[in-house]
Design a protein around this ligand. Sequence first.
Ligand code: C2E
Ligand code: MG
Ligand code: MG
Length: 699
Amino acid sequence: MDRTPVHLLFVEDSELDAELSVRALEQGGFDVSWERVQAESDLKQALQSSNPQAVLSDFSMPGFDGIQALRVVREMSPGVPFIFVSGTIGEECAIDAIRLGATDYVLKNNMRRLGTTVRRALSESAERERIRLAEEERARLVKVLEATSDYVGISDPDGKIIYMNEAGRKLTGAPESGDVGKSVIDIYPQWVSERVDGEGQPGAAHPGLWQGESVLLGAGGTQIPVSQVIIAHNGPDGDTRFFSTIARDMRERKAYEARLQHFANYDSLTSLPNRTLLGDRALQAIAHARRSGRPAALLVLNLDRFKLVNESGSHGAGDALLKRVADRLRGVVREGDTIARLGADTFAVLAADLARPDDALAVARKIQEAMSPSFGLEGRDLHVTVSLGASIYPRDGEEFDILLRNAEAAMHRVKAEGRNGFQFYAAAMTREATDRVELENELRLALGRNELEVHYQPQVDLSDGRTVGVEALIRWRHRERGWIPPVQFIPVAEDCDLIHPLGEFALVQSCGQIRAWDQAGLAELRLAVNVSAQQFRSPDFVEAVTRALLATELEPGRLELELTESVLVDNRDEALPILKRLKALGVQIAVDDFGTGYSSLSYLSRLPIDCLKIDRSFVSRVHERGHDAAIAQAVITLAHSLGLRVIAEGVETDAQREFLRSHACNLGQGYLFSRPARPEAIARHVAAGSPRLELDSVV
Ligand code: C2E
Ligand code: MG
Ligand code: MG
């Protein structure tokens, strides 16, 4: 059997007694090396020089005291077992000795115990040493953890945080020392908590580690982006006992990334988006335009004669000007539009979600206006003009590169033609859009300048030739351009909301006119007034009609509102309640231009309507007795069977009138009876009762 080697120090005055002990130990299975001291100084020296594994001491010696020896050993080698081996130690002394730190005692008359006692003492001291080393190691690790700049925390499966390092405490605002006092719920925003519960911890439990980006709640509740690792510590049964979390504050990195991103997408001088970002935004705008059907415009502008500023001013004057230009541009565009700097003195504006392509002209005008005040630069007043070109999605291109190229081409055309101007890529559009914008501006003024008039066209009972009603038709006498027909300005008015004041004007004016005729004793006439889609759908429309009727005291049954098929059909759910409210007022509803749309008569008949106006395009060909005649005839018959009145529009010849009369069409309206004319002329016409009075017509 292998003997256990052991090195012992005896504090003993008797060499013989020491040998006896050694023998007893050898019998107990030890291979003993030993030395013996009997004075305090020798004891101290031996402890230092030979590192004994245990001290075996007599209790009372002539020159030295066992208790004193114990004190010395405990002081110099606290971990070394100290065993009294004595013949004289009494039970009480022994207990005192143990209290003072002795490991055990063995009586000399019971030496058989010595082997077991030493063995136990050695194993206990080894265990203590192991624990001490482990404790030391733990302390070292904690020191490292405390010193790391990342968050480190350990929590139990219930979420209670049992350790958090200094960085963690600082980050989350936990107390500097003592109880962390936090649970994992406190350190995460709600959504992260859910993610940690649902994904992080299960992921950590199997296979043992989870890594991801998340967010910690900082001291003041700020959200701190972190890259996080969760480690599960499992017990021997496989159940998780603890979770460790290491989290690195990513704020700086995120800010850095954002800065990089910014550099990649923005111009450093003006902080405007650069070409790359403009391209991204254009892609989005194009996708939106495709879905919504609304056009988008890309405008490119270049400063005229920028080189001169750059060369004549001081160094930096050019840059200063560009910054100021960028600022003014920012003030011009709508939210959601993008301004970009494409190159030295070239900028772009992406205007999305336009009502119509022409709106790009309005953007260009705004840019020009924004540039027109002089720029005070280095004590000089600098006037800057710009050359602008625009391309429109989709008509000028369906991709960003093409739109940009075309807008640039238009801009270069402006340069070539003398700078300081604007052009669309599609050359004809520039003129059309300019006209339209001018028309819009002038129409706005026209209302105030009384340039609008209402003319009337008689509606004649075909059975006896009497005028029974009139249609009100609006007219614009432009101070320079003369008469402008409604087909030109009504669509413009519809686009810019002028249709509301304009429609109300026509309504009030014509109702008033009818009343004036009533008072003058003219035959009682029905009044037909045209209503555009925009007007009809405006929330105020029914009120506007009510107001006009009240103001003029016209009996509602004498007012007929003319609506086109598309107004009634395109959005039936929206139209029906409005129609019902109008019917409740007592006014009549006529379907204008019937036959030009695709709606069926049976479909229309389900709406509360009173009258059909057969479109001029059918009427003009009825006498040919062909297809159109058959349709007109069928429409009249069907309309009558549905209880509707029928008016034929655009009756120009006797043959047409005859055809219509013979097919029982109720009413006719057209140049054959009278052109639309001013009220005085119409009054004379009605009074004369003449079915065919030629009048000075205007349009
Ligand atoms: P509409 O309601 O179909 O009006 C009939 C149009 O046909 C009028 O044109 C009239 O002058 C024209 N016309 C009448 N008889 C004949 C004929 O025998 N031969 C030919 N070739 N034409 C004839 P106008 O006045 O130019 O009006 C055009 C359209 O403008 C109208 O079509 C109507 O939709 C709209 N409009 C006119 N006034 C107003 C108004 O006050 N408000 C709204 N919203 N629209 C109006
Ligand atoms: Mg009409
Ligand atoms: Mg019509």
